[in-house]
Design a protein around this ligand. Sequence first.
Ligand SMILES: *Cc1c(COP(=O)(O)O)cnc(C)c1O
Length: 433
Amino acid sequence: MNFESNNLESVEVYENNTDVTRIIAEKIEQCGHTDSFYICDLREILKKYSLWTSTLPRIKPFYAVKANNSTNILKILADFGINFDCASKNEINQILSLGVHPDRIIYAHTIKAPESIKYANKVGVKLMTFDNSEELFKMKKLCPNVRAVLRIRSDARDALVKFGSKFGCDVENEADHLLRLARDLNVDLVGVSFHVGFGCKDIDAFYNAIKLAETVFRLAKLYGYDLSILNIGGGFPGANDIYFKELAITINEALDDFFPNESIQVIAEPGTFFVNSAFTLACNIISKKFNLDSKWVYYVNDGIYGSFNRDYCFNVPVTMYPLHKYSKRKAHPSIIFGVTCATPDRLTKNVSLPLLDIGEWLIFQNMGAYCLSLCTSFNGFATPHIFYIIDDNSLGHVCFQHLKHLHISLNELSSHALNLKKRFSTTYCIDKD
Ligand SMILES: *Cc1c(COP(=O)(O)O)cnc(C)c1O
């Protein structure tokens, strides 16, 4: 593969087991940073890769590019042999420019502009999803050798975002018609897909969806199709590995129960799973006041039109702690506002924090999925800079030419004063009026 023209960002190599909080503190001390910034800990990506391969060995991941399209991340995943779920012409382009073969891409948006289908056809991306007849007509006309995957609706009972109102055909009422149409149009129908929902919290969701998919496999046989691909979509947690393992058990059980034939290729489209825990955001307190309700009000230099757009739109819980420990300070009820001029730009109206000064830092974990990709430049505030880091132990697993300083060892940097035990760590949901 040739990655030379891909403006990869440099990666800094730290001593083994260096804590991200310490790296953040060092960055602030060294560079005199005041803008908010991210640390992307590539060790987390490696951990997620080995977690996936050890728990879901039968399932080939197609990473959902929309979750985070940082070139460094895409390159590592591509090197590991992970495939890609793209939803647009530009995403396809970005993946192809890494030297990835078009066979490793699924165009997994069921709604595609005709121009985009033509483009996919031209560059050799043939695997595409659909959930309605118009899309199937378009796909067959503009990409005659399309390998079509029928997306069905099977929402989790509980998820942060369900997709069923927008995507996926109803198996009971629509699948038969679509299969018949596929046969009449002589479409190469190869499989079935679903997405149980972003932030799936329903332990049975995958089992139920895989069971439903099997009924479609059987139905397709009646139309002469011997389907070969089961695509179980995304919805996996990005920070809760214990819950991931529980989900994996039910998924493997469902595969044993409904798809025991190993010649069926099982794929998935995890986005959040691979990237969420790798990114930690540091925000600076740029102003504060004591309000009439006797609460401390803090203003930080990021907000819901920047890194917290995901948390605001998708009700994702935010976990936060002050960089320093402040063991002698007592906690006060506090409000945190975001940086823009808009009133909805508030992170929370009730959080317990030690008394903090302007210039101090708040740290937010698990900010890798849909945070950078949803940042706007509203009010002229820029997307935070990302520092990519790795350590010696993990370095052997990735091939990066773009290493910055090798073997950074942190000086003792008042590490006792850092919030490594996260004493004031709080989790809250962004409240909307
Ligand atoms: C967004 C999306 C994904 C990724 O979902 P996660 O919950 O982040 O894993 C996968 N497939 C499709 C079709 C999507 O739209």
